[in-house]
Design a protein around this ligand. Structure first.
Ligand code: SF4
Length: 488
């Protein structure tokens, strides 16, 4: 089955969610907490799930301190009661994966675990290394074999190679060697470790439990286990959590925050706060800004679920347009939908969304969506709305046109397949059959993250603390074979 950029989902794909727990009381069970944490991060990856656990000292059965269970499917499918009851320990590390085309194999599921005479280590990674091929080749030249195409295996092999120098040294040597985007969590024989790349592109935060610590991709997962959000891990920071202390240090001299803008637009759950930005609030503001930038006379504003809904509420507030629920989304036709035939795959947009005819009939309707990648969802929705009797359909999009690929861990199509790369907004509007189409401006998007953002005083929107690469072609870190600015 072709999953090239979630072709039939028509959205870029998030690749991973990470959740780790370290209980300072070794009698406590970290596994069930990680299980529930992963549930709350399921939106970040639905193709596989895994949990590595540091067993209680008196429960180590096989001699290996770290045990791991992983499989293809949703968290609830991979971890039955039976599997969970056999997995006990005071520290655990979990991962959910959304894999890219052709790589949804068991071999790529995370965490990866390595055992050696120097100790055991498990690695969970969210992001993409831009020098993975080079590092992989160097390791292969030194006789190290690989069983997957995952960057996490590159990282764990690098750590294992350096492990005899001690954990801290192995980690810093590894991290100095790898380039690209990474939010990393590691479990060792005595520690839970978190690290974020020097640009902090992918999110990772620290939480506190009564008698323990949490590392999570999003704060919503900390809430899910009744933890207390402490703070985001800073770009270029490593945190090492042990029984008696939490050590933090900066491993990179040059750090500059460039959080992925798409986290706020689409990926993250609205109840998360990432790098001090409340995701729900940013979506409401995006709608308000769209209302100021591109209001149109209409009787109804609706949002494409889920992330378009807060923006539609914001648009309604800013323009006085009544907000309504005009589009319904099936909760069960997600990315894990297994369409048994090409015909059914093409029908997925209709299976996923339907229109409430009584709400939209005879009205001029504004539809707010988070993004347009290939255009298949928007085209189908316009057609459904018009068939339901909407007099006019005006599309407003909470992100600027997606015209460039992502190299930092988000699954986007090739540039030629990004509909905004090959069409102007007017051409796209005509091809979608809409009455008007407007995207939020780049400055408007930055203002939705930070209401105090001032485009006049900002020397460059690229310095505002966010990666905007897929919108502007200006990437925060160099990518081999791609100029830092792909913008025309
Ligand atoms: S290029 Fe786009 S999707 Fe990728 S990290 Fe940057 S903002 Fe996020």
């Amino acid at each position: 089955m072709n999953r090239d950029c979630d072709n039939y989902n028509d959205k870029p794909g998030e690749k991973c969610g990470i959740f780790g727990v370290y209980c300072t009381d070794t009698k406590k069970d970290a596994v069930s907490l990680v299980y529930y944490g992963l549930f709350s991060l399921q939106h970040r990856g639905q193709e596989s799930a895994g949990i590595a656990v540091l067993q209680n000292p008196d429960e180590g059965k096989s001699g290996a301190a770290i045990e791991c269970r992983k499989g293809l499917g949703l968290v609830g499918q991979v971890f039955s009661d039976n599997v969970l009851s056999n997995l006990k320990g005071y520290a655990a590390l979990g991962h959910v994966l959304y894999s890219t085309s052709g790589s949804n194999d068991l071999e790529n599921t995370q965490p990866f675990v390595s055992h050696s005479k120097f100790g055991s280590v498990a690695v969970a990674h969210n992001g993409a290394l831009t020098n993975a091929d080079v590092v992989r080749e160097l390791l292969e030249d030194s006789g190290i074999g690989f069983s997957s195409s995952s960057d996490a295996e590159v990282i764990i092999n690098l750590i294992a190679k350096n492990y005899k120098k001690g954990l801290e040294r192995a980690l810093t040597d590894t991290i100095k060697f790898i380039k690209g985007s990474y939010a990393l969590a590691l479990l060792t024989d005595d520690a839970l470790v978190g690290a974020r790349d020097p640009n902090g592109i992918r999110p990772l935060c620290l939480g506190k439990l009564d008698g323990g610590w949490i590392l999570a991709s999003e704060s919503c997962a900390i809430d899910a286990v009744d933890g207390e959000f402490v703070r985001d891990i800073e770009p270029g920071e490593m945190v090492i959590i042990r029984q008696d202390n939490v050590l933090s240090f900066t491993f990179s001299e040059k750090t500059r925050r460039a959080s992925c803008a798409f986290e706020y637009v689409y990926f993250a759950r609205p109840d998360s706060v990432i790098d001090s930005v409340d995701v729900y609030g940013s979506r409401i503001r995006a709608g308000e800004i769209l209302g100021r930038e591109s209001a149109v006379d209409a009787e109804l504003v609706i949002g494409v679920p889920d992330s378009g809904i807060p923006a539609a509420i914001g648009y309604g507030r800013a323009t006085g347009t009544p907000y309504g629920l005009g589009i319904v989304k099936s909760k069960y036709a997600g990315r894990a939908f297994i369409a048994p035939s090409q015909f059914l795959r093409e029908r997925l947009v209709s299976v996923k969304h339907n229109v409430i005819e009584s709400e939209v009939r005879d009205k001029r309707v504004v539809v707010i969506d988070d993004s347009i990648v290939r255009g298949t969802t928007s085209r189908r929705l316009v057609s459904l709305l018009k068939a339901a009797g909407a007099k006019e359909v005006h599309i407003r999009i909470c992100s600027p046109p997606v015209r460039f690929p992502c190299y930092f861990g988000i699954d986007t199509p090739h540039r030629k397949d990004l509909i905004s790369n090959i069409n102007s907004a007017d051409e796209l509007c005509a091809s979608l059959g809409a009455d008007s189409l407007v995207f939020i401006s780049v400055d408007g998007l930055l203002q939705s993250f930070d209401p105090d953002f001032n485009p006049v005083s900002a020397s460059s929107s690229n310095n505002a603390g966010y990666c905007l690469g897929c919108f502007t072609g200006e990437y925060p870190i160099p990518v081999a074979g791609v100029s830092q600015s792909e913008a025309p």
